[in-house]
Design a protein around this ligand. Sequence first.
Ligand SMILES: [Zn+2]
Length: 244
Amino acid sequence: MIPILMYHQIADMPAKGTPYRGLCVPAKKFRQQMTWLKRLGYRGLSMQDLLPYLEGTKQGKVFGITFDDGYVNVHDNALPVLQELGFTATTYFVAGHPGGHNHWDIEKGIPHSPLMNERQIRHWAEAGQEIGSHTLDHVHLTRLPAAEALRQIEVSKQLLEAAFGVSVTAFCYPYGDESQAVREMTRKAGYTNATLTVKGLALKEDDLLGLPRVTVSGNIGLISFLIKCLTQKEHRRRVKKGRY
Ligand SMILES: [Zn+2]
């Protein structure tokens, strides 16, 4: 059972009462979480590096690190920690909006937050970190006509590959919104893995195009964080909810 951590922003939490404020994990807390996992003998890996462990061809004390959307604060606050500890991670970029902001969140009352620009994305990749795709426009894939959903999945991959000279094999469904048909499109587009917002530890029998994750919220304490990652609590929760 492998935990794949899901982060969004690495930044101070906005004021109490702000919607979804837990999507921000303070930099100090992120550092503490990573440092403790390292002390306990675990290595944090990008999806690309984690794949052999998910497939069962490699064994070891590992966990996945993923960042959704591609915020500047991930570049500024998480990258130095990853480099210091020798960890790799995957950021899922909204490929059509480098240097933009989280425009899809604004109507929910989530504060404006800038996305990495091309220079920052290149720096992220040059530091040994992985570029994954989160579609072109952060869309609800199952609500689109099939041709448009396919375009969002395929063209985002092509754009990122052309701009940064890397192979893009990791995908994340925006809002966790997916279906069997969407998974098939993702597979056919050439992605080898894709993550969900379903909570749980990844199991050997999981579809690599439908991997659950461990949500890390800004207000979680260290002990609860370690319990989520290293015990079967999240797994039992997933079984109870029948999410397979
Ligand atoms: Zn997202």
